[in-house]
Design a protein. Structure first.
Length: 406
């Protein structure tokens, strides 16, 4: 018993069965189809074998013909073939040379000539643009120079304001600060300089370069020309809008107010804890003061010399306004401020103000000792026997002497 496949369902079955146990196909139909399949396969195999024989036969025929042709070639024919081959090779070389010349060299030479022409155009464009840029830069530099001068003055003035020192007149800081603010608000915007276009000579290496490289270099120059023209146009436009500022008044104002503030600092320094000799010298410059006598630790009516919170010096003076011009030394000191007045000097302004407040407590009473004014760390006192106008005049004269700068 042999096993066969059902041609309908593909399941294996016995060749002795009458029907396929799976699909019920009759054995006769299955055997008939199997026979057809086998016959088709045999026919296909036969066709392949015949095709193979035909190819082998054709190849043999071709080989025989080639052998016969080889045996039939004469020496003359060989020579002729060599000449034809040589002529063909020469023709091929000529074709290649022509192709290289007309297809490579000629276009490359044209491209290089175009490049040289553009280099010349680029130089002319750059020269024209640089003239416009130079004119703009020249005017811009004048604006920059003016701004630099103003900035230098502003910086110097601001340094005075910020130095931390105390001026004699505090309002001078405010005045200078306001002028600095005005100067900054009125300052012209600083223009930017435009760089001069550099020279771009022809690149000698491009003479040996390929066509594409030469064309790329030419295109770059053309692009630069467009940019340079735009730059020149910008320079021309901005130059027309530039205005050279005149800061003369502003500079003079800042300079004068800076000098005033410097002087005010200097005045405050000289009236802050001045030496006794300096006070005596300055009092000697007041016309209504006739004679001067400084206290000492041995002869100090108040007993406060060099004590904490007390004065570091006290200088009494007499005046012809009261007829005390002949009092001198201890006699003048004993007379005290009644003879004309005194300058009490303290280590700090706070100590001077404290003493001033103390004396102010007696103003308008029978214990009043005359006028009293704080100047720096000094207390300027004038006699209660002087008229109010005389007190004011004498005080102002002493202030003027003490605040004068030499």
């Amino acid at each position: 018993m042999a096993m066969i496949k059902c041609t309908e369902c593909g399941r294996e079955m016995s060749d002795k069965a009458s029907n396929c146990p799976n699909c019920g196909c009759p054995i006769e139909d299955i055997r008939a189809k199997l026979g057809e399949i086998e016959a088709a396969q045999q026919e296909k195999q036969k066709a392949k074998e015949e095709e193979k024989k035909a190819k082998e036969l054709a190849a043999e025929v071709k080989r025989q013909k080639q052998e016969e042709a080889r045996k039939a070639v004469t020496p003359e024919m060989k020579k002729k073939r060599i000449m034809i081959g040589a002529a063909g090779a020469v023709a091929a070389v000529v074709i290649v040379i022509c192709a290289l010349y007309f297809g490579v060299k000629v276009p490359r030479d044209k491209a290089y000539q175009a490049y040289l022409t553009e280099v010349q155009t680029h130089e002319e464009t750059a020269k024209s643009c640089n003239e416009a840029i130079a004119q703009y830069n020249e005017k811009a530099k004048e604006v920059i120079a003016a701004n630099d001068e103003l900035e230098e003055m502003i910086t110097s003035a601001q340094a005075l304001v910020d130095c931390g020192e105390t001026p004699y007149e505090g309002a001078k800081i405010t005045t200078l600060s306001n002028s600095i603010k005005d100067a900054r608000n009125n300052e012209t915007a600083t223009p930017e300089l435009i760089e001069i276009i550099p020279e771009s000579p022809a690149d000698p290496e491009l003479e040996k370069a390929g066509k594409s490289d030469i064309e790329a270099a030419t295109a770059a120059l053309v692009s630069d020309d467009e940019i340079n023209n735009q730059l020149a146009q910008k320079a021309t436009t901005e130059m027309d809008s530039l205005s050279i500022p005149d800061y003369t008044d502003c500079l003079n104002t800042l300079a004068a107010q800076s000098k005033d503030l410097e002087d005010s600092y200097a005045i405050q320094k000289q009236i802050t804890a001045p030496a006794e000799d300096w006070v005596i010298t300055r009092l000697g410059q007041v016309s209504d003061i006739a004679n001067i006598a400084p206290v000492t630790e041995e002869h100090d009516p108040n007993g406060n010399l060099n004590k904490p919170g007390g004065y570091t010096s006290t200088v009494y003076f007499g005046t012809s306004l009261l007829g005390t011009e002949n009092l001198t030394g201890d006699a003048l000191i004993e007379e005290g401020t009644t003879a004309g007045g005194a300058i009490e000097t303290y280590a700090t302004e706070e100590d001077a103000q404290s003493r001033n407040s103390y004396l102010g407590g007696f103003d308008g009473s029978i214990l009043a000792s005359g006028s009293h004014t704080v100047l720096g760390t000094m207390l300027i006192r004038t006699s209660n026997d002087l008229k109010a106008s005389q007190q004011e005049t004498l005080t102002n004269a002493i202030v003027e002497a003490m605040t004068a700068l030499e």
